[in-house]
Design a protein around this ligand. Structure first.
Ligand SMILES: Cc1cc2nc3c(=O)[nH]c(=O)nc-3n(C[C@H](O)[C@H](O)[C@H](O)COP(=O)(O)OP(=O)(O)OC[C@H]3O[C@@H](n4cnc5c(N)ncnc54)[C@H](O)[C@@H]3O)c2cc1C
Length: 328
């Protein structure tokens, strides 16, 4: 369970509180304020606070005296322009504060994004719950047997949680393991993590034995242990985070968080989210040489990797970007 009964009651009490304000609020975001949105097996993301909306970006771009809003279509046009031309500072006028519960190995990737403010739960002062992440082996097993059912298969596309090491990308995974191998891998992970947590409890002095300081006892815990933090970031830097972590090259587990956060962004600043998807997330950048290749293709020339002047990696990426089949 991501949260306990007491925590759920605290959240409920907070959700009942109402504050009067002249500031801009976003009804779709207010709807989910404070609520934990589940991610992975024990994690969550909660919106704790936010500042600004799409209109605030327009307002800042125009350095306006009032709200800055004209018509939605005008605002959309301006936001698209700002996104397209990387005029980024108006997006920095919006901020969001999240409470995130995440495995430590995900936190290690996440913390590399230096442009946020972070305060993490301290395992020097508090005892960590016996909560660790385990990849979902059942969904993996399903993924194999559902290969003939595209609709269901599509829903499971993010559930490549335990998969074989990729042979083409040293950081990635490839085909799903067969169900028995996946179950065995997860069983081993569970066993090792449980053993580590038992050692942790013993070091903390369980059963009247002398205790080791919490700051030292924790060093036996696995990278799958859940931690928590408050994370505050402006919209410009959040979009940069999402561009890197909602990308298929990112590890599945951090991508699962990025996708939940992106849904939050869609509620919060829908015009900006749409512009970001169009001009950044699903856009491609071409090198000068790749652009020349595209120009030659449009002119009717049959270009091959050998005649393109591109490396085999660049050539593969260009074909993928243009949705062109890769020649065998
Ligand atoms: C798929 C993937 C694989 C990765 N693999 C590895 C890996 O194997 N090993 C590894 O160590 N890391 C790895 N990383 C982390 C990566 O190298 C970046 O550290 C991380 O993505 C944060 O990116 P950032 O610096 O752009 O973000 P932020 O820290 O949020 O910074 C945002 C931007 O601010 C600017 N900025 C911030 N701080 C500075 C600074 N001190 N100096 C100059 N400019 C600054 C830069 O323009 C930067 O792009 C990986 C990341 C991804 C997405």
């Amino acid at each position: 369970m991501p949260i306990t009964g007491d925590q759920a009651r605290e959240i409920e009490a907070q959700r009942r509180t109402r504050s009067e304000t002249r500031r801009a609020t976003v009804p779709a975001l207010e709807e989910i304020l404070y609520e934990p949105i589940p991610v992975l097996d024990h994690g969550f993301v909660r919106v704790i606070d936010y500042m600004g909306d799409d209109a605030a970006i327009v307002q800042a771009a125009r350095v306006s005296y009032g709200r800055g809003t004209k018509q939605v279509s005008t605002d959309r046009g301006l936001i698209n322009y700002l996104m397209r031309h990387r005029h980024t500072s108006p997006f920095e006028m919006c901020e969001i504060k999240l409470h995130v519960k995440l495995p430590i190995f995900v936190a290690r990737q996440w913390i590399r994004h230096r442009t946020a403010n972070v305060n993490e739960y301290s395992a020097r002062y508090s005892i960590l719950d016996r909560e660790f992440y385990l990849p979902d082996s059942e969904k993996l097993a399903l993924k194999k047997t559902l290969a003939q059912q595209p609709a269901l298969f599509e829903q499971l596309s993010m559930a490549e949680a335990t998969a074989a090491q990729s042979t083409t990308n040293r950081q990635g995974r490839e085909a799903a393991l067969d169900p028995a191998a996946a179950a065995e891998a997860v069983r081993k992970m569970r066993e090792v993590a449980n053993r580590a947590f038992t050692a942790y409890d013993q070091l903390l002095g369980e059963g009247g034995r002398p205790a080791v300081a919490r700051e030292l006892a924790r060093i036996v815990l696995p990278l799958s242990t859940y931690t928590q933090w408050y994370w505050k970031i402006d919209l410009h830097n959040l979009l940069h985070f999402l561009a890197l972590r909602a990308d298929p090259h990112a590890q599945y587990e951090i991508r699962a968080y990025a996708e939940v956060i992106f849904d939050i962004v869609r509620r919060w600043v829908p015009l900006t989210a749409a512009a970001f998807e169009d001009y950044r997330l699903h856009a491609v950048t071409l090198s000068a040489r790749a652009r020349e290749v595209v120009r030659r293709m449009i002119a009717g020339e049959r270009v091959t990797q050998e005649t393109s002047g591109l490396s085999s990696g660049e050539w593969r990426e260009l074909l993928a970007a243009l949705d062109l089949p890769s020649p065998e």
